[in-house]
Design a protein. Structure first.
Length: 173
Protein backbone atom coordinates (compact mmCIF):
# COMPACT_ATOMS: atom_id res chain seq x y z
CA UNK A 1 0.00 0.00 0.00
CA UNK A 2 1.23 3.48 -0.86
CA UNK A 3 2.41 5.34 2.29
CA UNK A 4 0.83 8.59 1.07
CA UNK A 5 -2.52 6.84 0.62
CA UNK A 6 -2.31 5.37 4.12
CA UNK A 7 -1.38 8.78 5.57
CA UNK A 8 -4.32 10.37 3.77
CA UNK A 9 -6.74 7.68 4.97
CA UNK A 10 -5.53 8.03 8.57
CA UNK A 11 -5.77 11.81 8.38
CA UNK A 12 -9.35 11.76 7.16
CA UNK A 13 -10.34 9.09 9.69
CA UNK A 14 -8.96 11.02 12.65
CA UNK A 15 -10.19 14.36 11.28
CA UNK A 16 -13.76 13.10 10.89
CA UNK A 17 -13.57 11.42 14.31
CA UNK A 18 -12.34 14.68 15.85
CA UNK A 19 -15.04 16.73 14.16
CA UNK A 20 -17.66 14.24 15.31
CA UNK A 21 -16.37 14.50 18.87
CA UNK A 22 -16.45 18.28 18.68
CA UNK A 23 -19.98 18.35 17.32
CA UNK A 24 -21.06 15.87 19.98
CA UNK A 25 -19.48 18.09 22.61
CA UNK A 26 -21.33 21.16 21.40
CA UNK A 27 -24.77 19.66 20.93
CA UNK A 28 -24.94 17.24 23.86
CA UNK A 29 -27.11 18.41 26.76
CA UNK A 30 -25.77 15.88 29.26
CA UNK A 31 -22.43 17.12 30.68
CA UNK A 32 -21.01 13.61 31.18
CA UNK A 33 -21.69 12.65 27.56
CA UNK A 34 -20.23 15.97 26.41
CA UNK A 35 -17.06 15.24 28.40
CA UNK A 36 -16.85 11.79 26.80
CA UNK A 37 -17.16 13.39 23.37
CA UNK A 38 -14.23 15.61 24.36
CA UNK A 39 -12.23 12.46 25.21
CA UNK A 40 -12.94 11.18 21.69
CA UNK A 41 -11.69 14.49 20.33
CA UNK A 42 -8.50 14.25 22.39
CA UNK A 43 -7.83 10.70 21.15
CA UNK A 44 -8.36 11.78 17.55
CA UNK A 45 -5.81 14.58 18.01
CA UNK A 46 -3.38 11.99 19.37
CA UNK A 47 -4.03 9.90 16.26
CA UNK A 48 -3.24 12.90 14.08
CA UNK A 49 0.03 13.35 15.97
CA UNK A 50 0.84 9.68 15.36
CA UNK A 51 0.16 10.08 11.65
CA UNK A 52 2.77 12.87 11.66
CA UNK A 53 5.30 10.56 13.41
CA UNK A 54 5.19 12.71 16.56
CA UNK A 55 4.96 9.84 19.02
CA UNK A 56 5.93 11.89 22.08
CA UNK A 57 3.22 14.47 21.46
CA UNK A 58 0.64 11.72 20.94
CA UNK A 59 1.53 10.02 24.22
CA UNK A 60 1.50 13.31 26.11
CA UNK A 61 -1.86 14.16 24.52
CA UNK A 62 -3.36 10.91 25.78
CA UNK A 63 -1.75 11.03 29.22
CA UNK A 64 -2.29 14.70 30.04
CA UNK A 65 -5.48 15.66 28.24
CA UNK A 66 -7.44 12.45 27.75
CA UNK A 67 -6.27 11.14 31.09
CA UNK A 68 -5.64 13.73 33.77
CA UNK A 69 -7.60 16.73 32.51
CA UNK A 70 -10.69 14.70 31.67
CA UNK A 71 -10.61 12.99 35.06
CA UNK A 72 -10.66 16.46 36.61
CA UNK A 73 -13.51 17.59 34.34
CA UNK A 74 -15.63 14.55 35.14
CA UNK A 75 -14.81 14.88 38.85
CA UNK A 76 -15.98 18.50 38.85
CA UNK A 77 -19.13 17.61 36.92
CA UNK A 78 -19.92 14.86 39.41
CA UNK A 79 -19.05 17.09 42.36
CA UNK A 80 -21.32 19.89 41.17
CA UNK A 81 -24.13 17.40 40.50
CA UNK A 82 -25.27 19.16 37.36
CA UNK A 83 -28.76 18.29 36.24
CA UNK A 84 -30.04 18.66 32.72
CA UNK A 85 -31.14 22.17 31.91
CA UNK A 86 -34.83 22.84 31.67
CA UNK A 87 -35.94 23.58 28.14
CA UNK A 88 -37.39 27.06 27.89
CA UNK A 89 -39.85 27.81 25.13
CA UNK A 90 -39.65 30.83 22.87
CA UNK A 91 -36.86 32.61 21.06
CA UNK A 92 -33.74 33.53 22.99
CA UNK A 93 -31.94 36.56 21.56
CA UNK A 94 -28.52 35.36 22.76
CA UNK A 95 -28.91 32.04 20.95
CA UNK A 96 -29.90 33.84 17.76
CA UNK A 97 -26.90 36.15 17.91
CA UNK A 98 -24.60 33.20 18.70
CA UNK A 99 -26.01 31.28 15.73
CA UNK A 100 -25.45 34.22 13.37
CA UNK A 101 -21.90 34.73 14.66
CA UNK A 102 -21.23 31.00 14.25
CA UNK A 103 -22.42 31.09 10.65
CA UNK A 104 -20.22 34.13 10.03
CA UNK A 105 -17.22 32.30 11.48
CA UNK A 106 -17.83 29.23 9.30
CA UNK A 107 -18.20 31.44 6.21
CA UNK A 108 -14.98 33.24 7.07
CA UNK A 109 -13.13 29.93 7.45
CA UNK A 110 -14.43 28.73 4.07
CA UNK A 111 -13.32 32.02 2.52
CA UNK A 112 -9.87 31.87 4.14
CA UNK A 113 -9.26 28.21 3.27
CA UNK A 114 -10.64 28.18 -0.27
CA UNK A 115 -7.18 27.83 -1.83
CA UNK A 116 -6.26 24.77 0.22
CA UNK A 117 -8.85 22.38 -1.18
CA UNK A 118 -6.66 20.69 -3.74
CA UNK A 119 -3.42 19.37 -2.22
CA UNK A 120 -0.40 20.09 -4.35
CA UNK A 121 2.38 17.56 -4.73
CA UNK A 122 4.85 20.05 -3.24
CA UNK A 123 2.79 20.24 -0.02
CA UNK A 124 3.09 16.52 0.75
CA UNK A 125 5.23 15.38 3.63
CA UNK A 126 8.06 13.37 2.16
CA UNK A 127 10.41 13.00 5.13
CA UNK A 128 9.70 11.80 8.64
CA UNK A 129 8.89 14.68 10.95
CA UNK A 130 11.54 14.69 13.67
CA UNK A 131 9.97 17.49 15.73
CA UNK A 132 7.85 15.12 17.81
CA UNK A 133 10.62 12.78 18.91
CA UNK A 134 11.61 12.88 22.58
CA UNK A 135 15.28 13.52 21.81
CA UNK A 136 14.64 16.50 19.56
CA UNK A 137 12.14 18.06 22.01
CA UNK A 138 14.54 17.64 24.93
CA UNK A 139 17.46 18.99 22.91
CA UNK A 140 15.48 22.05 21.81
CA UNK A 141 14.11 22.72 25.32
CA UNK A 142 17.49 22.53 27.02
CA UNK A 143 19.46 24.53 24.45
CA UNK A 144 17.50 26.87 22.24
CA UNK A 145 14.40 27.42 24.42
CA UNK A 146 15.86 27.23 27.94
CA UNK A 147 14.85 30.77 28.95
CA UNK A 148 11.16 30.46 27.90
CA UNK A 149 11.11 27.01 29.53
CA UNK A 150 12.31 28.48 32.83
CA UNK A 151 9.89 31.42 32.60
CA UNK A 152 6.97 29.03 32.09
CA UNK A 153 8.05 27.02 35.12
CA UNK A 154 8.13 30.22 37.24
CA UNK A 155 4.67 31.22 35.98
CA UNK A 156 3.26 27.75 36.74
CA UNK A 157 4.84 27.81 40.21
CA UNK A 158 3.31 31.22 40.96
CA UNK A 159 -0.09 29.99 39.70
CA UNK A 160 0.20 26.97 42.01
CA UNK A 161 1.03 29.20 44.98
CA UNK A 162 -1.88 31.50 44.07
CA UNK A 163 -4.27 28.55 43.88
CA UNK A 164 -3.14 27.37 47.31
CA UNK A 165 -3.62 30.85 48.77
CA UNK A 166 -7.10 31.18 47.24
CA UNK A 167 -8.17 27.70 48.30
CA UNK A 168 -6.94 28.11 51.86
CA UNK A 169 -9.73 28.22 54.42
CA UNK A 170 -10.01 31.51 56.24
CA UNK A 171 -10.58 31.56 59.98
CA UNK A 172 -13.18 34.13 60.95
CA UNK A 173 -13.00 35.30 64.56
Amino acid sequence: MDPHLLQTILFWFFAILGLGGGVGLLFNRNPIYAALCLVINFFSIAGLYLSLSAEFLAVIQVLVYAGAIMVLFIFVIMLLNLNEEQEVGGFDMRKGIAFILGLGFVAEMFFALRGFVEPKESNRVTDVFEGGAVESIGQALMTEYIFPFEIISVILLSALIGAIVVARKYKYE
